[in-house]
Design a binder for this molecule. Structure first.
Ligand code: GSH
Length: 209
């Protein structure tokens, strides 16, 4: 049996998608969460002086997106055809775009008024385009899942991406409103109701982000 250790900080952050992949696959791993002081001591031993890192049978690899994709492929959660795999990859890139282009701007703005303005502009602007993209894909697939007819990495990407977006908007007291996206709202519920995921959500450390 391969031995896995995922190391990150005491937040969901950039490690949670991989934690969700382990959870859905029912695979055991060590969920190591470092305090900042512990991190400073081991930082120079990591490949890029950044977390998360994954240790697989003694080999340490980095980059959160690559780690999550590696695990999803290994645990056969990456779709059944190359087109399904593409759609999942595409969803992953869409959320990378949302994070890098939009959410980071909100996160790093220190002026509270400006932070709220940027968040509101995102909600009224490009967020609608992204939500429509996923809502349309879900309608087209017609099974209640992003691809195929069972939960895959694609559904976890959407779930994790939207719940992280929601958590970030909450910092500015704004809500993620999915009233016009019934397929997406149902997907969030479906992921949360998966018995393994439901147990993980109930038992994982409670953090804001
Ligand atoms: N592209 C990398 C970014 C990694 C990264 O910047 N991680 C942050 C935490 S989210 C970190 O380790 N920062 C190091 C530090 O604060 O010293 C990934 O997705 O894994």
């Amino acid at each position: 049996m391969p031995q896995y250790k995922l190391t990150y900080f005491k937040t969901r952050g950039a490690a949670e998608l991989s934690r969700l992949v382990f959870t859905l696959a029912g695979e055991k791993y060590v969920d190591e969460r470092l305090e900042r002081e512990e991190w400073q001591k081991v930082k120079h031993n990591t490949p890029l002086e950044a977390l998360p890192v994954l240790e697989v049978d003694g080999v340490v690899v980095s980059q959160s997106a690559a780690i999550a994709r590696f695990l999803a492929r290994r645990f056969k959660l990456f779709g059944k055809t190359d087109m399904e795999e593409f759609a999942i990859d595409e969803a992953h890139e869409v959320f990378a775009e949302i994070f890098n282009r939009e959410l980071m701007k909100i996160f790093y703005e220190s002026d509270a008024t400006k932070k709220a303005e940027i968040a509101k502009a995102f909600i009224d602007g490009s967020l609608q385009k992204y939500l429509t993209f996923f809502e349309t894909r879900l309608k087209k697939n017609g099974t209640g899942f992003y691809v195929g007819n069972e939960l895959t990495f694609g559904d976890l990407i959407i779930y994790n991406g939207l719940t992280m977006t929601e958590a970030l908007l909450k910092m500015t007291k704004l809500d993620l409103n999915l009233a016009s996206c019934p397929e997406l709202a149902a997907l969030i519920k479906r992921v949360e109701e998966n018995p393994r995921i439901a147990k993980w959500i109930a038992e994982r450390p409670k953090t804001d982000m």
